[in-house]
Design a protein around this ligand. Sequence first.
Ligand SMILES: [Zn+2]
Ligand SMILES: [Zn+2]
Length: 253
Amino acid sequence: MELFDSHCHLTDPAYKNRHEEIITRAQANNVKYFLTVGLNVTDSKLAVKTAENFSGVFCSIGIHPHDTDNATENDIKELEKLACHKKVKAIGETGLDFYRNYSTHQNQEKFFNLQIELAKQLDLPLVIHIRNAYLEAKSILLKHQYFRGVIHCYSGDESFAHWAISQGFFISFTGVITYHNFRSQNLIKKIPKNHLLIETDAPYLSPEPMRGKVNEPAFIKYTAYALAKIKETSYEDICYFTTQNALMLFNIS
Ligand SMILES: [Zn+2]
Ligand SMILES: [Zn+2]
């Protein structure tokens, strides 16, 4: 049995000098693959280094919507150079977050556009973060006609999910699906298995029963159990198809 944590932040200060411990514990819990996701150029460089040091750890490089007020066009060139590394498997996280609004909408849209272009040019999938901006994100993606990637930590409605799947996107869920107040089971039931991924988004969003603790990839099993219950299938089946989906999306053999 193998699990793939398709979105975590191993470069977070919460794990400083603890990579060995965190990764070993995850492996003991059947996590074989990890995608550590960069939030800006500095963090993306750290993500590449972390991936270099551990087999099974891959990375995505990009500029998070929250970080776009501090980004420059030169950062896109830096990402392009970094992308030559063989452990770089995606561009992101990128997207739009009109909920927290830590950066202006204008800068978020500018760097979402630039990163879609970069992903297209490099033939890499996108790791997309969207909050309260599904229609805006859809119109940008339609403009570029580039539909390779994952909508991570999905919080949208059924109609956006349906559109994204029909274009070929994957939809990823976090430990939020283990919470008592989670209400989108019916949406998940309608997503075909071959478009589903799971992730921790660690160190954030610890699943039940670890809620309140610092999240880590070893905890992804709780999300896999919750997904098995919703999809009315076995834990083994969830492990198998979510891992196969991630290996295919991120072109890992
Ligand atoms: Zn995110
Ligand atoms: Zn993230």
